[in-house]
Design a protein around this ligand. Structure first.
Ligand code: SF4
Ligand code: SF4
Length: 609
């Protein structure tokens, strides 16, 4: 696996510096090894630096066994930056293509889904300057907690928005800096451009990420915000001990706010030997539990020993899961908002795969809420499904259900296409004219085009259906374009803000009509919005018109051919037209997948050069 690289990259150079600092600065006093199972196993940082060998796979793997908890750094009398030293080892390994372990794959997938259009949602009210960023794990394990926190925040800050996205902590701790740079920068830039100045986080990992990479954004925990707003939790009583997550050991204001809220609730606190800035890892830090579960367990056991049977409360969903294996542990949000259920042991967070379902439902409920001026999802990344396979599967299931229902109820007599077409034909030119008009108005009014297309295929058949549909769709796309360019330019420009639309503008300035052609073939943007967006760009109307007409044709033909045989299919007849339609739809649907694969490969190749 490993080969020695004589010319290190950026991370390699940074690591060389760190290695020299530790070799020269560490006196092997042993202060940091006392509380750390990792250092007890492998020796002092000086020894680790002196024996570090890039060509040895075991040495590379070793750097992924440090939990990156940062405790050693707080104990070092020489002031060595040990956290950065261990992280740089990971970055160097990844840069050389050697820090990729199959054990980490679930975490990488988790993050990739978290940043996909399906799971992300940005909702900002007019004048929004503060957003709540719940993070992936709280939203997945405790969606009701997210709702409760947001409702409480809104009382103090009525223009608060909400952002469901991933903070990229998994990539950060796995040393995948390029991924962090790309994805976090996009998130940060969009928030700043949208006027957001403050991010309220509920997850310690998100706090650490925004503090490190969120320049231009003030980051604070929701606990600090609620404490400052005088939030009154549901009263209760009892004695707890607080586990401060190691990733926020250097955020004393967070530690204090959590304790203030608990005391205000009527709960007494007894501290463990390690707390606040000297806290220890729960066992899940640095994803060590995926590579060396025994080592991770030793941190969990230490916490159990220190808790000594006391009830542990923490404010990280990952720590609840990690520590919960060793000692009774609850999340702060459960205790603040539902103390009775929590005390009765009935408030346990959800586990995968239900966490994903919770996040989708939570997103849907916030998407439906009124009072937000801006709604946005992330763009798909290379290799990421824009929408996932759910819709085609659902459509296929609905079709099967419809066929079964019609067959069982004997309703086939009412689905005779010839009769329907004869009826429409009796209206003469009025029927196609009405259809084209409806299609032309649909994009302007943000009506979905697919149901109209299906009707067109059924009513007008595969040939005239295509003619009327492409004419109507092109007219509709043109109308929206002209409205944006000549009638309501400022209004449309105010709605279409953010890096995604800026990028479209730049691309059109550079590549002209080709961008129109491309986006018609690869639906990376919502069709109805795109028509308006092109009206704001520099592309000429004629070029837009021709590219739209020509490049929408393949999808139009596929859907109309298929729809023209739909009634037959529902009646149980599989005609050659239906089979051709299915093949055409499959081919058209594969275009974006093929594009993303090529783009992903090109990106990787570019990265390797
Ligand atoms: S960061 Fe934590 S796990 Fe890593 S060496 Fe330091 S104390 Fe040990
Ligand atoms: S505490 Fe500092 S000086 Fe002492 S062994 Fe650890 S790294 Fe070296």
């Amino acid at each position: 696996m490993a080969t020695s690289h004589p010319i290190p990259g950026r991370a390699g150079q940074a690591l060389d510096q760190r290695l020299n600092q530790v070799r020269e600065g560490c006196t092997s006093c042993g202060a940091c090894t006392r509380d750390c199972a990792f250092l007890q196993k492998y020796g002092t940082p000086k020894r680790l630096a002196e024996t570090y060998d890039r060509s040895d796979p075991e040495t590379v793997r070793r750097s992924f066994e440090c939990s990156l908890c940062g405790l050693c750094e707080t104990q070092c009398p020489e002031g060595l930056e040990l956290d950065a030293f261990f992280l740089e080892m990971r970055r160097d390994a990844v840069e050389r293509g050697e820090g990729i372990f199959p054990e980490h794959r679930p975490l990488v997938t988790y993050e990739r889904l978290g940043t996909s259009p399906r799971f992300t949602l940005y909702r900002l009210p007019q004048g929004c300057r503060t957003v709540f960023f719940p993070g992936c794990s709280l939203a997945g394990t405790r969606p009701d907690g997210v709702r409760n926190i947001f409702a409480a925040l809104q009382k103090a800050e009525p223009t608060a928005g909400i952002v469901f996205d991933c903070c990229m902590k998994p990539s950060h701790m796995l040393g995948r800096e390029r991924q962090v740079d790309t994805m976090f920068s996009e998130l940060r830039q969009w928030l700043i451009e949208a006027g957001v100045r403050e991010v309220l986080v509920a997850c310690p990992n998100c706090q650490a990420m925004f503090a490190a990479f969120g320049a231009g954004l003030k980051v604070k925990t929701v606990w600090e915000a609620l404490d400052a707003a005088g939030f009154e939790p549901t009263p209760t009583h009892g004695v707890v001990t607080v586990h401060d997550p190691c990733v926020v050991r250097n955020f004393p204001a967070t530690h204090q706010a959590v304790r203030n809220l608990l005391r205000r609730q009527g709960v007494a606190i007894e501290e463990m030997a390690h707390s606040g800035t000297r806290t220890v890892c729960c066992g899940k830090g640095g994803a060590v539990d995926m590579l060396n579960p025994e080592l991770a367990a030793s941190w969990g056991e230490l916490r159990k020993e220190e808790a000594a049977g006391r009830w542990v409360v923490t404010y990280c969903a990952g720590c609840v899961q990690g520590l919960g294996r060793y000692t009774s542990t609850d999340h702060l949000v459960d205790l603040l908002f539902a103390p009775e259920q929590t005390l009765a042991g009935r408030k346990k967070g959800a586990a995968a795969p239900f966490t994903y379902v919770n996040r989708l439902l939570l997103k849907r409920s916030f998407k439906r809420k009124e009072g937000f001026a801006v709604t946005k999802e992330r763009n798909p990344q290379p290799g990421q499904p824009a929408r996932g396979p759910w819709k085609p599967i659902l459509a296929a299931l609905l079709l099967i259900a419809a066929v079964a229902a019609v067959q069982l109820s004997g309703g086939t007599q009412y689905l005779q296409q010839e009769r329907l077409q004869a009826l429409i034909g009796s209206y003469g030119a009025l029927a196609p004219a009405a259809y084209v008009l409806l299609y032309a108005l649909a994009p302007v009014l943000f009506l979905p085009g697919l149901p109209i297309t299906i009707v067109g295929g059924i009513v007008f058949g595969p040939v005239w259906g295509v003619v009327y549909t492409i004419v109507g769709a092109t007219a509709g796309a043109s109308l929206a374009f002209l409205v944006a360019r000549y009638v309501a330019r400022d209004w449309v420009a105010a709605k279409l803000t953010g890096p995604r639309w800026d990028k479209l503008d730049r691309e059109v300035a550079q590549h002209g009509w080709k961008v129109v052609a491309f986006t018609r073939l690869i639906p990376a943007f919502p069709f109805n919005l795109l028509n308006y967006a092109f009206g704001l760009t520099s592309v000429s109307f004629l070029q837009y018109l021709v590219a739209t007409f020509v490049c929408m044709l393949p999808a139009c033909i596929a859907y109309i051919v298929f729809s023209s045989s739909l009634l037959g299919l529902i009646s149980g007849k599989v005609s050659p037209t239906a089979l051709v339609g299915i093949v055409l739809i499959a081919l058209v649907s594969l275009l974006p997948v093929a594009y993303r694969k090529i783009k992903g490969r090109t990106a990787v190749e570019a990265g390797q050069e």
